[in-house]
Design a protein around this ligand. Structure first.
Ligand SMILES: [Zn+2]
Length: 343
């Protein structure tokens, strides 16, 4: 076995993978959207398994209350104000320097999703909201790419391996997008770490099987509750012919209007302001402008600007996106953004 493969010797000994399978994994492209709790498990295991091309996309930064369940991050990342995608890529390169890791700090939206998944063999996600998942579903169905849904909250989780045209898609099973606040989230219902590790591990196993074309895939839904000790697998049948997404191919989420998008970040007392197509922001210059105006405390690193103004916490990224903490009100956030960041 050559040197490049020897680090994978224990999974090469596993007959369904073998040396040929390992070479296939090293050629594979996986896009991972969202590197929070579930995303930490996915990224770590995919990198260690030798997925050759790993693209990490995340819009957020590391906070202290993430460390309870987001296994890859530590207090240094919080102190350095690092975006999660940046911090994750740094850690993964220390774990496996032989694979290609591409980190992208961005909000996944209709303007960029197709590009982000275009070369992916499999798409996996560790997002915390259904709007993004429905967008991923639209894009993957449109391009005919397999993707794996992983949802975790409180002590339970569920996962579906979606193969367009073969299995039901997310819309087939879940119907319309749940109303904001209708579904429990880890901000409202809490979350325990073990369920994250378990569901993430199931997803990685599914990704390996998809990439290798071997093994028995989850064609329905796996639902586990670790507090109640229930382990269930539901069959869901085939794709629904009347499904707006995979049946009628309407792609409502992918075709949504671009422009300024305000997103209340559920349960976080924060609103994201996203201005698609805006020119890049010079964070250092913005920092100097805010400091000169003496509006509040300002900190800048190469990845983001942090400012506390009028009792709100502003985090501004080079692409013009901002997360404003201290309000759930989109109009307030839009006003604050226009006043201090401007476009
Ligand atoms: Zn469908």
């Amino acid at each position: 076995m050559n040197e490049n493969l020897s680090r994978y010797s224990r999974q090469i000994i596993f007959p369904p993978i073998g040396e040929a399978g390992q070479r296939r994994l090293l050629e594979a492209h996986v896009t991972l959207i969202g590197v929070g709790a579930t995303g930490s498990i996915l990224a770590d295991r995919l990198a260690r398994a030798g997925i050759g091309h790993l693209r990490l996309v995340d819009r957020d930064f590391v906070e202290l209350n993430n460390l309870q369940r987001q296994l890859i991050y530590d207090e240094d990342d919080v102190a350095a104000m690092l975006p999660k995608a940046i911090a994750m890529a740094r850690k993964l390169r220390r774990i496996n320097s032989t694979i290609a890791i591409e980190e992208i700090v961005a909000d996944v939206n209709p303007t960029n999703i197709l590009e982000l998944i275009a070369d992916a063999d499999v798409v996996v996600e560790g997002t915390d909201n259904f709007a993004t998942r429905y967008l991923i579903n639209d894009a993957c169905v449109k391009l005919g790419k397999p993707w794996i849904y992983t949802g975790v909250v409180a002590s339970y989780g569920m996962t579906m391996t979606i193969r367009p045209g073969i299995t039901p898609c997310l819309r087939c099973v879940m119907g319309e997008l749940p109303a904001p606040g209708a579904a429990p989230t880890c901000d409202t219902a809490g979350i325990i770490g073990p369920i994250v590790s378990l569901m993430g591990s199931i997803t990685v196993a599914e990704a390996l099987k998809l990439l290798l074309g071997r093994g028995t895939l989850n064609d329905g839904m796996i639902h586990v509750d670790l507090w109640e000790n229930t382990f269930e697998q539901f069959t869901l049948g085939g794709p629904r012919p009347d499904c707006p997404t995979c049946g009628r191919r309407e792609f409502a989420f992918l075709n949504a209007e671009a422009g300024t998008r305000l997103t209340a970040l559920c349960g976080r007392d924060a609103v994201q302001v996203n201005v698609a197509g805006a020119p890049a922001i010079n964070l250092a210059a913005l920092g100097e402008r805010l400091a000169a105006a003496q509006v509040g405390q300002v900190q800048v690193n190469p990845y983001l600007l942090r400012a506390r103004i009028e009792g709100f916490d502003f985090t501004v990224f080079p692409d013009g996106r901002a997360i404003i903490k201290g309000t759930n009100d989109e109009a307030t956030a839009a006003t604050l953004y226009a006043r201090y960041v401007g476009v």
